[in-house]
Design a protein around this ligand. Structure first.
Ligand code: GLA
Length: 656
């Protein structure tokens, strides 16, 4: 509802050209009356007259009747066509976060007029009084109200309270934020064979073995593996190796892929011992797309598409079901009035998953592996049954069903954990480790407890193969970058068999329910996401339906030189060696002595980022290879400098 007042405008131009008074409309418009659904919001949804969490707008104890509640990074574009005069508002961090001292956001409000900064609040923190913003916007065509993150990047609930625009002429209108067009860097895989995927695979003696040798190139392709240990056989047309190896040891094999255009070969080490998961797991997980709308059909569709789309040829392996496959907690599922476990305490899947064994069989015959999820508590996050007091049955059942991966998600364990001291945090994970050790199947053990108690310092000791280091990710820059760039201190804990897990990928179509949308990350933000997750040795779990991959997302997930950084057998996690003015440099040492270097720009404008050879401990002229383009950039004497787009990255390989 705009506050209109009719006024008579007299301008010199009008007097001379028209020789008369002209009548134009003028007034003020409250920002909250514009279409706030068009605001790009870092987390949650921007709201009219409410905070981003839906509370009355409030800054340092003062409530405001009107305004817009949003969350950094936030962009609100308004068309003025040169007809507005003044913007006024009271800005600050909303009290819904600043009441709690541990949750104080820090943000910067900015007013941009036709790409020029007209006003900045400077950094504001939670608990600080509202600042007055009064800006002359005469002549401005497009006004952009920006909220950027301050020093930290969480709890940035930001209010443009009592915000209004005075205008003379046409009323301001909210604009859709233009989405940058995706651009593809990954070259198409060539027709000749090229072997992909991990160079090492771990298995326990006597346990079922399944590994699919993968390669790009024209089909039909014929595979061969020289030096396979006893007990294993290869299917030459699919590349699937199956069987069991009884004798522990390191087996060096040579993998060969051949088609009518040529032949490729590469060393592949099979490590038979007590360590599995020697490279970060790569696959798919149902949560970021389907959440509780997951069912057997959707899991099969992603598995089938993993093969049909050719993603499998780049080393993608796991098909993981997240929450919501079980029955609802209680002695009986309240929806169907039937028991949630059988007479012996084994879990029963719900009607959306009619036959778990058939499902994993389907996944396995495709050459893929299957993952499952449960909580150590009485309930999962979504109120389905957890393993509490049935840990043995669950481990046995998962093995019998044929699962290869277990995500063990704390959630309902809070109800029974006690004080959440260190021993309480570790207890359920130690218990399930024991149960998994009793089954004759290799099951990757993924701890999920959001990083509590600095899990990276003890995840290995309790027998985890990976451990979530953070809360849940969502498809916004502040979430993805907030999580990814906060991983610098955990590098020393990552190694083969033990991986920090900053959560799953948010590329392609996501939605956490039946309705999906394209990831809200810009193309450059998605390049940052994949590059950073590869440098971090993170498990790579795609969170979109594989059968709905678009060309851009496909290109992001099939760059073998980028994926090789994630799968490098040395397993060293990248370290951050530079972090100033939104420029970050991360370096990861690779098995062959080369370095993978990520040059990141976290600012919302492009800027040059430089890495000097002495900062990364290399001497003399170096070859720099652009990993996304898979092309050499040339030889560089003492440093490499490149213009990096806003929120973007340049991922390079530096070698002698
Ligand atoms: C937690 C986890 C998520 C997902 C959900 C399922 O929030 O962190 O990754 O597994 O539970 O309910």
């Amino acid at each position: 509802m705009a506050m209109h007042r009719r006024i008579y405008l007299l301008t010199a131009g009008m007097v001379f050209s028209m020789g008369a008074f002209a009548i134009a409309e003028a007034g003020s418009v409250w920002l909250d009356t514009l279409d706030v659904s068009l605001i790009q919001t870092g987390w949650g949804d921007s709201r009219a007259n409410r905070s981003v969490d839906g509370n009355p707008l409030s800054i340092q104890g003062k409530e405001f009747e009107r305004g817009v509640g949003t969350h950094a990074d936030s962009l609100f574009m308004i068309q003025l066509d040169g007809e507005a005069t003044e913007l006024s508002a009271l800005v600050g961090v909303d009290d819904e976060v600043s009441k709690d001292e541990t949750k104080r956001g820090s943000v910067v409000f900015k007013v941009i007029g036709d790409k020029k900064e007209l006003w900045s609040s400077e950094q504001m923190k939670g608990g600080q009084a509202a600042k007055e913003c009064r800006v002359d916007i005469k002549g401005i065509k497009v006004l952009t109200l920006v909220v950027e993150q301050g020093d930290d990047n969480t709890y940035d609930h930001a209010d443009w309270a009592m915000a209004k625009i005075d205008y003379a002429g046409k009323a301001p209108v909210a604009l859709e934020i233009p989405r940058p067009k995706p651009y593809i860097l990954t070259p198409k895989a060539g027709p000749r064979p090229r072997i992909t995927g991990p160079k090492v695979f771990g298995v326990r003696p006597g346990n079922p073995f399944l590994f699919t040798v993968t390669a790009t190139g024209e089909r039909p392709m014929k595979f061969d593996v020289q030096g396979l240990p006893e007990g294993l056989t290869l299917d030459a047309s699919s590349g699937q190796i199956r069987g069991t190896v009884r004798k522990a040891g390191e087996y060096k094999t040579t993998v060969i892929a051949e088609n009518k255009l040529g032949k490729a070969q590469r060393e592949f080490r099979i490590s038979v011992g007590d360590k599995i998961c020697l490279t970060p797991p790569m696959g798919w997980n149902s949560w970021n797309c389907w959440a509780c709308a997951v069912d057997d059909d959707k899991v099969r569709a992603s598995a089938k598409a993993m093969v049909d789309s050719g993603l499998i040829n780049h080393g993608w392996t796991y098909i993981n079901i997240d929450d919501c496959w079980m029955r609802k907690a209680g002695a009986q599922d309240p929806a169907i009035g039937e028991p949630v476990r059988d007479n012996d305490g084994y879990p029963i899947s719900n009607a959306r998953f009619p036959d778990m064994k058939k499902l994993t069989d389907y996944i396995h015959q495709l050459g893929l592996k299957a993952g499952v999820y449960i909580s150590p508590g009485p309930t999962t996050c979504q109120g389905y049954i957890g393993s509490w007091k049935f840990e043995r049955q669950d481990a046995q059942q998962f093995a019998e069903w044929g699962f290869d991966y277990l995500k063990y998600d704390w959630c309902g364990y809070s109800d029974v954990s006690g004080n959440e001291k260190m021993e309480d945090l570790q207890r359920p994970y130690i218990l399930m480790r024991k149960m998994l050790d009793e089954v004759d199947r290799d099951i990757v053990y993924s701890l999920c407890q959001y990083g509590w108690g600095d899990v990276w310092t003890w995840g290995e000791a309790v027998g985890g193969n990976c451990w979530r280091t953070t809360g849940d990710i969502t498809d916004s820059w502040s979430s993805m970058a907030g999580i990814g760039f906060a991983q610098a201190d955990h590098a020393q804990y990552a190694k083969p068999g033990c991986w920090n897990d900053p959560d799953m990928l948010v590329v392609g179509k996501v939605g956490w329910g039946p309705k999906l949308h394209d990831s809200r990350l810009t193309p450059d933000e998605q390049y940052t996401h994949i590059s950073l997750w590869c440098l971090l040795n993170s498990p790579l779990l795609i969170g979109c339906p594989i059968e709905q991959l678009d060309d851009f997302t496909y290109s992001l997930l099939t760059n073998d030189e980028v994926l090789d950084i994630n799968q490098d057998p040395l397993g060293q996690q990248a370290r951050r060696i530079y972090n100033e003015s939104g420029k970050q440099v991360w370096v990861k040492r690779l098995e062959d002595g080369a370095l993978a270097v990520g040059l990141f720009n976290t600012q919302s404008f492009s800027q040059a980022v430089t890495v000097g050879w002495k900062d990364i401990d290399v001497r003399g002229t170096q070859t720099v290879r652009d990993l996304w383009r898979q092309a050499d950039e040339g030889r560089f004497e003492s440093q490499y400098s490149v213009e990096v787009p806003a929120h973007g990255v340049k991922l390079i390989r530096v070698s002698k």
